[in-house]
Write a protein of this length. Structure first.
Length: 256
């Protein structure tokens, strides 16, 4: 028996009939076809206003903290953020007074389902004698369970670094270490916050009812603290939008 004939006979013995051919093709497919990697779904996060635990009647500071935390999360690839306006509308409709009392985890989960979030951020702050404490937790909307928590303390002037830390600790405790590292990358280079008043003005600006009020408040915040990057960025975007609007109005007037 020649070599070729012997090989064919051996293969027939190993892989008899159509079943043998099918098995051979399946084995080849395991080698040649790459494994399919199922990507994790992107978390959709909604950030609640941070509640004032000191009772000083400064809810806008909590709104400012909410805004900067949401802004940092929004900058991360693979994270979606529920727009403030959408969440605030639902808060109003459900008559949830987030600033006056603690929002229960199951209530937050109900809010999350309405706005399409998979994770809710619930936070609070305490500010006393130039010191501030930030606390926050991640609540999974589907189950109402807490999947991450964080608490940081420091001076008010360290606010931007503290805010980075609380966001990073939330992500880390929720099993997102890579995103946490991105948040704290370069955090030591963050400038100091000059005064808590700048933060309060920024909180008033992000909740202002119209652009004129927002312009005045953002300008005041930047005048107090030129290194307040969030206020500087929002002011520049607002001024650019106003310029475009005025240019369009002039064009329409000239065309008449």
């Amino acid at each position: 028996m020649n070599t070729r004939l012997g090989y064919r006979v051996a293969m027939r013995q190993l892989l008899p009939g159509r079943w043998g051919l099918g098995l051979l093709l399946w084995l080849v497919g395991l080698v040649l076809v790459p494994s399919v990697v199922v990507a994790k779904p992107q978390p959709t996060i909604a950030v609640m206003p941070f509640r004032d635990l000191t009772g000083k009647g400064k809810p806008h500071i909590g709104e400012a903290i909410r805004e900067v935390v949401a802004s940092d999360l929004k900058s991360l690839a693979g994270v979606r953020i529920v727009e403030r306006g959408n969440l605030d509308k639902v808060l109003k409709e459900m008559r949830v007074q987030a600033q006056l009392k603690e929002v229960e985890d199951d209530t937050a989960a109900k809010l999350g389902k309405v706005v399409g979030a998979s994770v809710m951020v619930i936070g609070a702050y305490q500010e006393e004698s130039a010191q501030i404490r930030l606390t926050a937790r991640f609540v999974r909307v589907e189950t109402s369970e807490i999947i991450g928590s964080a608490k940081v303390d420091g001076s008010v002037k360290q606010f931007f670094r503290l805010q980075d830390r609380v966001t990073a600790e939330l992500l880390r405790s929720a099993g997102m270490p890579e995103l946490a590292r991105k948040v704290v990358d370069g955090t030591e280079a963050r400038p100091d916050l000059k005064t808590i008043e700048a933060l309060d003005l920024y909180g008033q600006a992000v909740t202002a009812e119209n652009d004129q009020q927002k312009l005045v408040l953002l300008s005041s915040a930047v005048a107090i603290d030129q290194n307040f990057s969030y206020a500087v960025k929002d002011l520049a975007a607002l001024e650019e939008r106003n310029q475009k609007y005025q240019a369009e109005q002039k064009r329409l007037t000239d065309a008449k």
